[in-house]
Design a protein around this ligand. Structure first.
Ligand SMILES: NC(=O)c1ccc[n+]([C@@H]2O[C@H](COP(=O)([O-])OP(=O)(O)OC[C@H]3O[C@@H](n4cnc5c(N)ncnc54)[C@H](OP(=O)(O)O)[C@@H]3O)[C@@H](O)[C@H]2O)c1
Length: 331
């Protein structure tokens, strides 16, 4: 069996996760990493070619079938996505939900012009949860689907909110954990289809390391008043030492669920629920990206091109198993 050859584009948390995931795939292999910071990446990676993202002749010489784009959604992917898909099939985890229609249009045009497949916005949300929301909506007419994050006792690490805390003057380091409100989940499970304000569904827990001499009370007030990020939520602020932050609140744990409930027939309760729990959010996201890279190559070999989301992809394309095996094992 000829292995699917993968180029990893961008070496951060997700990029590292993609390398770990590829090491576990019998039908796929990494052929190189393309990065803007070749010297930085070469210091951490010894046995894989590292090439300049701006030199297509270098990464095309590695003969990849697909590029997994691991750059950031805010600034990297809107530029790197349309550029890379000129050369290769691509997969990315663009997660700026409100901009997905525009990103889809840009990637679709570029992918069709090059006759490549571009799987966009996959991962867990957007990604797996988008599929679950779509299925719940189709199978339970009238049900609204809700996403809850941080359902486990430790909650889920929000990188965006942690970054926001670190922008505050006097904060040396910080991490923010999101918690789902259990009573809100129960309301949805009961089929109430409630109208929630943002602060009704989640609370926010902050662990903050202060710079020497910083005013704790003023920083706590500033955090709680931060519009969008913390003001709409019940927020608790815990001041900890750098040692405590490093030892107790490390890693990238996250989890969440999609819940939808309604009635069928003559008023019988019906609910759909789907849960993910990740010890490492970027590693889990990477696994989803890798499965989609398999699908992108297979779809392109079958003559397909253009931008695709998880909603366009038959599940059998994602699986390393043959269709016969899938019929036996999972049907
Ligand atoms: N859909 C989902 O469910 C989902 C879930 C999680 C994350 N995501 C998305 O995945 C994106 C990537 O997340 P991430 O955690 O991997 O971001 P990250 O660690 O900040 O990496 C993003 C890019 O920054 C560069 N970089 C990383 N570390 C660097 C360093 N020390 N110095 C200089 N440059 C560095 C790398 O590009 P170069 O190698 O080119 O320098 C890398 O590709 C996020 O923006 C998010 O949108 C999506």
């Amino acid at each position: 069996m000829e292995k699917i050859k993968v180029l990893v584009v961008g070496y951060g948390n997700v990029g590292r996760g993609v390398l770990l995931s590829l090491a576990n795939q019998a039908d796929m292999e990494v052929v190189g990493i393309a990065s803007r910071s070749v010297e930085r990446v070469k210091k951490s990676v010894k046995d894989i070619p590292v090439v300049d993202i701006n030199k297509p002749e270098e990464f095309l010489a590695l003969k990849p079938d697909v590029a997994i784009l691991c750059g950031g959604s805010k600034n990297d992917l809107p530029q790197q996505g349309p550029e890379m898909v000129k050369y290769l099939n691509t997969v990315d985890s663009f997660d700026n939900h409100s901009c997905i229609p525009q990103y889809h249009a840009a990637m679709d045009a570029a992918a069709k012009a090059a006759k490549h497949v571009a799987v966009i916005s996959t991962g867990w949300d957007p990604g797996i949860f988008s599929l679950e929301r779509t299925l719940a909506n189709a199978f339970l007419p009238g049900a609204r689907s809700y996403g809850f994050y941080g359902c486990s006792p430790a909650g889920g690490l929000s990188m965006g909110h942690s970054d926001a805390l670190r922008t505050i003057k006097g904060v040396a380091d910080a991490r923010q954990f999101t918690h789902a409100v259990p009573e809100a989940i129960e309301k949805v499970r009961n089929g109430e289809n409630p109208e929630f304000a943002a602060g009704d569904m989640h609370t926010r827990e902050c662990f903050v390391v202060l710079e020497p001499g910083a005013d704790a009370a003023a920083i706590e007030a500033e955090i709680k008043a931060m519009p969008g990020y913390f003001a709409p939520y019940k927020t608790t602020v815990n001041f900890v030492s750098q040692e405590e932050l490093n030892s107790k609140y490390t890693g990238f744990p996250h989890d969440g669920c999609v819940v939808a409930a309604s009635t069928t027939g003559k008023g019988n309760q019906a609910a759909v629920e789907f849960r993910c729990t990740w010890g490492s959010n970027p590693e889990a996201t990477a696994n989803v990206l890798v499965a989609h890279a398999r699908a992108a190559v297979r779809m392109n070999k079958a003559g397909d091109c253009g931008a695709k989301t998880i909603l366009d992809i038959p599940p059998k394309m994602l699986s390393p198993l043959s269709y016969e095996e899938l019929l036996k094992k999972f049907m």
